[in-house]
Design a protein around this ligand. Structure first.
Ligand SMILES: [Mn+2]
Length: 353
């Protein structure tokens, strides 16, 4: 995902980097964990880090404790990710556990993250990320290299690769280029210092631009978009599009597009949720049918708009990510989630109920 503008800078990134660098040097066996959502940034960065650590004679294992979505099936090297479950996984062989491109524990360890965290000491954790600081940074601040960059890929390059003059192989440069294009929506998001220099360096190293921008959608993306547009509420007074998928509609989508129908919502999110004139906010609420509601949003990048994450927090949701794109959850019914969100967005926009 992409990044925000109003956050505190980390106090001393240089000393955090030195700390992390020293920990890596002392370690022999290293586990790299990719985050949910599994996207080109987390996967590309994980394998660039794997390459780097292998060069330094470390034993490295890249694992995902979250399902790999079908829209990542074409990502090169995706088959090299070990999809594991946290229950049976043995963390003890590893000296370090490096978490890539996420700020909350459940993004790495799933719903039962509390149980998983009991399996190893916090002193094994390292986090590399570019999201708004969250739970992990609160817990182990001196082990989190979190900076406002275009992508975690750029963070890795700026700290671990460029200063050491390492020559990435073309395929690894290409992974990082895919990560950069994905997280910046092909440079449509905010400008970050060094972003274009990073792109230039990757192209010089052999990333293939035309191959990277050759995007094609699964037909199911179209099916979902058509279905979703018909089920979207357009609320002009709140500048809001809202798609509410209750239990019945969730089952309908499972029958129509399969159990993992949520893999096909990318086109809808990109277009309807933030590119319709007059509708500056787009949200989706989904009944998970387990007493929790899944929440996601998109917001325009340009202009002075309210923060959907703050509105959601006040409405009782957990929410994280970036100002212009993020997700979270709500404990309770979908009706309650909807009512509560609408009440808070009205309040934030100063609209009388
Ligand atoms: Mn990212």
């Amino acid at each position: 995902m992409t990044a925000s503008t109003n956050r505190k800078p980390i106090k001393n990134p240089g000393s955090i980097f030195s700390n992390i660098h020293a920990l890596i040097q002392q370690s022999k066996n290293i586990l790299i964990v990719i985050s949910r959502p599994v996207d080109p940034d987390t996967v590309g960065t994980a394998f660039a880090l794997e390459w780097l650590l292998t060069l330094a004679s470390k034993q490295v294992h890249v694992v995902s404790f979250t399902r790999i979505p079908s829209n990542m099936a074409d990502f090169p090297c995706i088959r090299r990710v070990d999809a594991a479950g946290t229950d049976s996984f043995s963390f003890s062989p590893y000296n370090l556990i490096i978490l890539i491109d996420g700020s909350s524990w459940d993004q790495f360890f799933g719903r039962n993250w509390k149980q998983t965290l009991k399996k190893f000491p916090a002193s094994k954790i390292i986090n590399l990320d570019h999201h708004d600081p969250g739970q992990i940074q609160m817990a182990v601040p001196e082990r989190c290299l979190v900076a406002e960059t275009s992508s975690t890929a750029q963070l890795l390059f700026d700290y671990f690769i460029r200063p050491f003059n390492l020559k990435l192989p073309p395929e690894i440069a290409h992974y990082l280029y895919l990560a950069l294009l994905y997280d910046t929506r092909m440079f449509k998001n905010e400008m970050f210092p060094g972003m274009y220099l990073f792109a230039h360096d990757l192209l010089t190293l052999g990333a293939d631009h035309l191959k990277a921008v050759d995007k094609s959608y699964d037909l199911k993306e179209i099916d979902f978009t058509v279905w979703a547009v018909e089920h979207t509420e357009f609320i002009p007074a709140l500048q809001l599009t809202m798609l509410v998928i209750d239990a019945g509609l969730n089952i309908e989508l499972q029958k129509k597009l399969g159990e993992n129908w949520m893999d096909f919502d990318g086109l809808y999110k990109e277009t309807i949720e933030r590119q319709i004139k007059g509708y500056n906010y787009g949200i989706i609420l989904i009944d998970n049918m387990d007493g929790t509601i899944r929440f996601g949003w998109r917001t325009r990048n340009f202009g002075n708009y309210i923060s959907i994450a703050e509105v959601a927090h006040r409405a009782g949701f957990s929410a994280g990510g970036h100002r212009n794109a993020g997700g979270g959850s709500f404990d309770g019914t979908i009706e309650h989630a909807k009512t509560s969100f609408l009440q808070e967005i009205r309040r934030a926009l100063n609209i009388e109920t």
